[in-house]
Design a protein around this ligand. Structure first.
Ligand SMILES: [Zn+2]
Ligand SMILES: [Zn+2]
Length: 330
């Protein structure tokens, strides 16, 4: 089977690998679509990597024992290899499982091996293209909004309009919230405007906080969601949100964000929360967004056959894109 491999700085190619085999409760999924996510970082860094991609949709083609899925089932493949046994897995918060199978398997490939229990079955009225948005496209913001309780009476600040941030705008609009979006990339700002963002802010403006406050009644937005993983955006969210507001973080970040407990938290009474994907039990609710949001199609900016992997990575790294879908067999 073919699988994407980063072979150097801005170098990616398809190489041949053996097809995985079903064993125990690990089943083989023939991948139809692999959405692109953060893999462009490996492409820019250039370290050799043959395990790219963590989200996919496809069809179960081999099982080793009776289980949660059967051959022929259309399924969503989610990140990681959670155990299915611990309390987090059992309550649907599998993404936080600390007992993952000791394995790695990539989704930028034609087949992938996955625990059967963690595959979400795709209903007949939902296409593979639509189901591909239930993972990192709409998932992280959906999970955060469930915890924030985001509703039509709220104004939300969204920082960073990559595919996750664009998904966040779509999810917020679906809930009827007012959206103030922050992004420096013009392509992405224009896309947010098309999606009906009520305010658009360039984070390079020195008065960005004041602009955000004036767009939200002077007090600041009720909630903020950082999708950028950038420290200045974390500060912007904390500084701009109103007293007693809530800030959620879904953008990965491994550097320190300075926070002064008294000034930033106690005396503003704000809540900070981290969120990673969403609870498995909410999968039917994400499907409702896909079925009924008039904006959801705009989340996909490009579809590439996997044979044009180099072009797909170049677009992904350019940041002039929303979600990119790779068709694994074309
Ligand atoms: Zn677990
Ligand atoms: Zn992802």
């Amino acid at each position: 089977m073919k699988k994407a491999v980063v072979t150097g700085v801005m170098k990616v190619e398809l190489q041949e690998f053996p097809i995985p085999q079903a064993t125990g409760d690990l089943v083989v999924v023939k991948i139809h679509i692999s959405p692109m996510c953060t893999e462009y970082k490996a492409y820019l860094e250039g370290e050799h990597r043959d395990c790219l991609g963590h989200e996919a949709v496809g069809e179960v083609v081999e099982v080793a024992q009776p289980g949660a899925v059967q051959v022929g089932d259309r399924v969503v493949v989610t990140p990681l290899f959670p155990c299915g046994q611990c309390s987090l897995c059992k309550q649907g918060d599998y993404i936080y499982c600390k007992h993952n199978y000791p394995m790695q398997d990539a989704t930028m490939a034609q087949y992938v091996l996955k625990p059967a229990w963690n595959l979400f079955k795709i209903p007949d009225d939902v296409s593979y293209e639509q189901a591909a948005l239930t993972i990192c496209g709409l998932g992280p913001s959906f999970g955060a909004y469930q915890t924030l309780g985001l509703s039509a009476s709220d104004t939300i600040l969204i920082t960073g309009l990559g595919p996750v941030g664009i998904g966040a705008v779509i999810n917020a609009k679906y809930r009827g919230a007012r959206v103030i979006a922050v992004e420096s990339n013009e392509y992405r700002r224009n896309l947010a405007a098309e999606l009906g963002a009520d305010g658009l802010i360039d984070p390079r403006d020195p008065d960005a906080v004041e602009q955000i406050k004036s767009l939200s009644g002077g007090e600041g937005p009720d909630c903020a969601l950082d999708c950028s993983g950038a420290v200045p955006a974390h500060r912007l969210c904390i500084d701009a949100v109103r007293c007693r507001g809530k800030v959620a973080f879904v953008g990965e970040c491994n550097t320190e964000t300075p926070i002064v407990i008294s000034r930033d938290l106690l005396r503003k009474g704000i809540h900070l929360l981290g969120s990673w994907h969403y609870n498995l039990n909410d999968f039917p609710k994400i499907l409702e967004v896909i079925r009924h949001s008039p904006l959801v199609d705009k989340l996909v900016s490009h579809v590439f056959p996997m044979s044009r992997i180099e072009e797909a990575f170049a677009v992904s790294a350019s940041q002039n894109n929303a979600k990119i879908l790779l068709k694994a067999w074309e």
